[in-house]
Write a protein that binds this ligand. Structure first.
Ligand code: BJ8
Length: 429
């Protein structure tokens, strides 16, 4: 059985600090058991995702090590603007590197101002404390120039990674010039991937990559639609986990597992079987991405007898919306297709960015939500600045909004609980 495999030699080989890594896995395992395994009426299909999480630093990392031994490259990313399609086409494996836990904060603050968002501090902390086997497995780490925090942090971070580091210049307006900049970034990335992998990206390989990534997204669209049912067939915590595993797992196996889960959810809906009774207050979360193991706000919301039915987030529908067209006879045409799709991502680093509020309202309406909680990480200027605009747009569409700014610490949990409980009472039908 997998739990008998001793991964410590592999972790040591990757250069991890085994004692600190043990401490991290200990906390992660305990938190996971408390938050996820205690939920009632979970779909059986979540068993696969429980397994993935139990092996998140084990089996999956071994797969990456084996893939590299077989000649593939591993590419680490921090943003949904880095197209997995290109990585797959270059015989690569794409993994998300954002981290969602306070770890190594003191160390991180030697390099970063204290008033840096928790997400950036976290990936610095994981790297400095040598506890992230994904980061240590990367041949290439791509850091995208989006918010000022990330942009400046990568100047330091680029020197800390063991593989190669590439900064990807992204636009901040949805103009023609912005579109051209994004295309240039994808052409540069294509060249870097080809050089590092020694594999030319062809029309066939890029089409295959597009189809694989589209299939993943289609499965997520299906899951999002099924969550519109009342009673909700799956908890928001479990759905968030599925969205988080999106960034780590083997894409084909992942798509098959999500579709299997969706088959089960369809049967549940038919039987009116839910994770919470019908008419339980329904909430959509909108805002900053929640990377593993950032489950703080969703656990508070669902602990307050509400159910989360959608996420306007990069770890959610902002990240998975829209497909890439497969038509085209040249690599450049297919890259144009990538640009067409990725340029629609309404990250708050774009200005203006009114489509995000419209999308949030649409998600809330489709999911028959009673309220929306805007989740901003402290010191995240783009999302915190955009929050009042989004709040006005969503409230004028008839959906009450609660704005929460927080970080990864547990210090404000009781205060958040009080605010969320009051909001849930306010929106109860
Ligand atoms: S496309 S949301 S994944 S940039 S929380 S580091 S914005 S200060 S993560 Fe993001 Fe790409 Fe946009 Fe999505 Fe900066 Fe804010 Fe921190 Fe953030």
């Amino acid at each position: 059985m997998s739990e008998k495999i001793d991964y410590r030699p592999m972790w040591a080989e990757l250069g991890l600090d085994l004692d600190k890594h043990d401490a991290l896995l200990g906390v992660l395992g305990q938190t996971y058991a408390e938050l996820f395994l205690t939920q009632k009426n979970r779909p059986d299909g979540m068993g696969y995702f429980d397994f993935v999480m139990s092996e998140v630093h084990g089996l999956r990392v071994k797969e990456l090590v084996d893939a590299r031994a077989a000649g593939k490259i591993v590419v680490g990313t921090f943003c949904v603007f880095v197209p997995e399609e290109l990585v797959l086409a270059a015989n690569g494996v794409c993994v998300g590197l954002c981290a969602g836990a306070d770890f190594g904060t003191e160390q991180a603050e030697r390099y970063l101002p204290r008033n840096t968002c928790a997400l950036i501090k976290s990936f610095f902390g994981f790297s400095l404390e040598k506890v992230c086997p994904y980061l240590e497995s990367c041949d290439l780490v791509v850091g995208e120039n989006t918010c000022d925090g990330k942009k400046k942090a990568y100047e330091t971070f680029g020197d800390m990674v063991s593989g190669e580091f590439m900064a990807l210049d992204l636009p901040n307006t949805k103009s023609e010039e912005g579109r051209a900049l994004l295309k240039k970034a994808y052409l540069d990335l294509t060249a870097a991937l080809e050089r590092i992998s020694g594999t030319a990206i062809t029309v066939e390989s890029l089409k295959a990559g597009i189809e694989t990534a589209n299939a993943k997204r289609l499965a997520m669209h299906r899951l999002a639609r099924l969550r519109h049912a009342d009673p909700a067939p799956i908890s928001g915590l479990d759905a968030l986990l599925v969205n988080q595993v999106f960034f780590y797992d083997d894409p084909e196996r992942y798509t098959a597992s999500v579709n299997k889960l969706c088959d089960e959810l369809e049967q549940r809906i038919e039987k009116q079987a839910g994770v919470a009774p019908g008419k339980t207050p329904r909430i959509v979360i909108s805002g900053c991405p929640m990377a593993v193991p950032n489950w703080k706000l969703p656990s508070i919301v669902e602990g307050a007898n509400a159910v989360i039915v959608g996420e306007e987030s990069c770890v959610g529908e902002r990240g998975t919306q829209n497909l890439v067209a497969t038509e085209g006879d040249t690599v450049e045409t297919l890259i144009d297709n990538l640009v067409d799709r990725y340029f629609t991502i309404d990250c708050a680093v774009f200005t203006p960015n009114s489509s995000r509020a419209k999308h949030a309202l649409q998600i809330a309406k489709d999911a028959k939500a009673d309220g929306l909680i805007h989740y901003g990480l402290q010191f995240c200027t783009p999302y915190q600045m955009e929050a009042p605009l989004l709040e006005r747009a969503v409230e004028s569409g008839g959906i009450p909004v609660l704005r929460i700014d927080t970080d990864y610490s547990q210090e404000d949990v009781e205060q958040l609980r009080t605010r969320v409980e009051a909001f849930v009472e306010q929106i109860r039908r």
